[in-house]
Design a protein around this ligand. Structure first.
Ligand code: HEC
Length: 108
């Protein structure tokens, strides 16, 4: 009986450790963008934030930003660029794909 209790508590512990990882992996592009990117780029990607103005960010929906290929966008997010932080260590490739898809929806 005691053994079973230990097994159950271990299972609960493992689930508590593993589940949040799955929850973030399932995050959608708009959620990820709002939580990780909007501080600089603004919720709509236009860069209308104090930080965005300071960094002179271009509007991610502009023709200039949209002319980058999916691979280029992915590379910028994964490896960073200039003052743009790298997200390769913080986000999964699937999450970065979601972000690229989201950036495409910003196209004007
Ligand atoms: C600390 C502020 C900051 C945060 C947070 C940030 N960025 Fe950036 N981002 C920048 C800067 C600065 C540049 C311009 C880099 C350059 O061209 O030198 C940039 C450029 C980009 C570009 C290339 C656009 C272009 O052509 O100039 C993309 C795409 C981009 N960011 C996506 C994202 C995504 C997606 C996130 C969230 C995962 C994010 N950024 C978070 C600062 C930030």
């Amino acid at each position: 009986m005691k053994n079973l209790l230990i097994k159950v508590s271990l299972l609960v512990l493992v689930a508590a450790l593993v589940l949040p990882a799955f929850a973030t992996a399932a995050d959608t592009g708009p959620d990820l963008f709002a939580s990780k990117c909007a501080a600089c780029h603004g919720k709509d990607g236009a860069g209308n934030t104090p930080m965005g103005k300071n960094l002179k960010l271009k509007d991610l929906g502009s023709a200039d930003a949209q002319k980058a290929s999916d691979k280029e966008l992915k590379d910028t997010i994964t490896k960073g660029k200039g003052k743009m932080p790298a997200y390769g260590g913080k986000l999964s490739p699937a999450q970065i794909d979601e972000l690229v898809k989201f950036i495409r929806t910003l196209k004007k």
